[in-house]
Ligand binder design. Structure first.
Ligand SMILES: NC(=O)C1=CN([C@@H]2O[C@H](COP(=O)(O)OP(=O)(O)OC[C@H]3O[C@@H](n4cnc5c(N)ncnc54)[C@H](OP(=O)(O)O)[C@@H]3O)[C@@H](O)[C@H]2O)C=CC1
Ligand SMILES: O=C(O)[C@@H]1CCC=N1
Length: 266
């Protein structure tokens, strides 16, 4: 089986590397294509994969075509791909917003998978939600899931709306966590800690809190109560967040990403 990854950026390269480390594929069965001259040179240095610059040299050999370009490049790419594809090939896209119907229309393919991963895929800790068109068989779906799982875990969702919704939660979500970390590091610096100490204070706090959360059935609210003593310091911080409506603002931000995903698909 041969997989062609189109777009060797953050996510495309991550998947190519994830797939190459798994036992599913041999390195030489992963082809990768990018239009950026700089990326091609970098890829040739890595030399794990067969690197291509021209679609016609690699698309016909692929069993699975994995699309990892930005959504605004999709139309141009699909138009160039269409004459080179055959109906047996499976297309997997991780592009935000781009719908299965749109991909079927532009490529002429029936077997299309739409997936939404996230950046921790780079360290094998990704979370990918996905859904497939009806033409993808059960056996093919297992194969697709195994490929997605080379970068972490995956969840099969029941309708395509959940792909846009998971874009707002898990796809864009790592950036919300980094936003919170950035604010806490800025506060630590303002309190007089060095950059290095600020980083350790914040990152260990996140790691410890997430590990606690993962090791129990307690809700985040319950954990908050366990940190906050009556009339204490944490209550002062949580009250400040409540007064400033931070909870609603975070939900609004997640919906902004969700809505943007829907908009990208129009
Ligand atoms: N980054 C993230 O955390 C996540 C991203 N995604 C999705 O993944 C996709 C890729 O994102 P990301 O990896 O961050 O993007 P990048 O910009 O890092 O990578 C995209 C790569 O594709 C190249 N490219 C553009 N057009 C073509 C083309 N026609 N053929 C081949 N290569 C092309 C780009 O070159 P050039 O730079 O020259 O344009 C670039 O090297 C997006 O659609 C995004 O929605 C999904 C979940 C998480
Ligand atoms: O920002 C974006 O559009 C992509 C999709 C999810 C994460 N990054």
């Amino acid at each position: 089986m041969k997989v062609l990854v189109i777009g060797a950026g953050n996510m495309g390269l991550t998947y190519a590397q994830g797939m190459s480390k798994s036992k599913l594929l041999k390195k030489r069965n992963i082809m990768i294509l990018d239009t950026s001259e700089e990326k091609i040179q970098e890829l040739n240095k890595i030399s794990h994969f067969d690197v291509y610059e021209d679609l016609k040299d690699c698309v016909p050999q692929a069993d699975i075509v994995f699309i990892a370009v930005k959504p605004y490049h999709s139309e141009e790419l699909f138009k160039a791909l269409a004459p080179l594809l055959n109906k047996e090939q499976i297309l997997i896209s991780i592009m935000a917003g781009i719908t299965i119907d749109y991909m079927k229309d532009l490529t002429g393919l029936d077997k299309v998978v739409r997936a939404m991963p996230n950046l921790p895929a780079q360290i094998g800790k990704g979370l990918t939600s996905y859904i497939a068109s009806d033409a993808v068989s059960k056996v093919e779906l297992i194969l697709v899931e195994n490929l997605l799982d080379t970068t972490g875990k995956s969840i099969l969702v029941s309708n395509e709306n959940f792909i846009d919704a998971s874009t707002g939660i898990s796809g864009s979500g790592p950036a919300y966590v980094f936003y919170f970390m950035q604010s806490m590091m800025e506060a630590a610096l303002q309190m007089g800690f060095s950059k290095n100490i600020s980083k350790v204070l914040v990152s260990e706090t996140f790691t410890g809190a997430v590990e606690l959360f993962n090791q129990s059935d307690y809700s985040p609210n319950k954990w908050m109560d366990m940190v906050a003593s009556k009339g204490g310091t944490t209550r002062a911080a949580l009250d400040s967040m409540e007064d400033n409506n931070v909870n609603e603002l975070i939900k609004e931000a997640a919906f902004a990403a969700f809505n943007r995903a829907v908009e990208l698909g129009k």
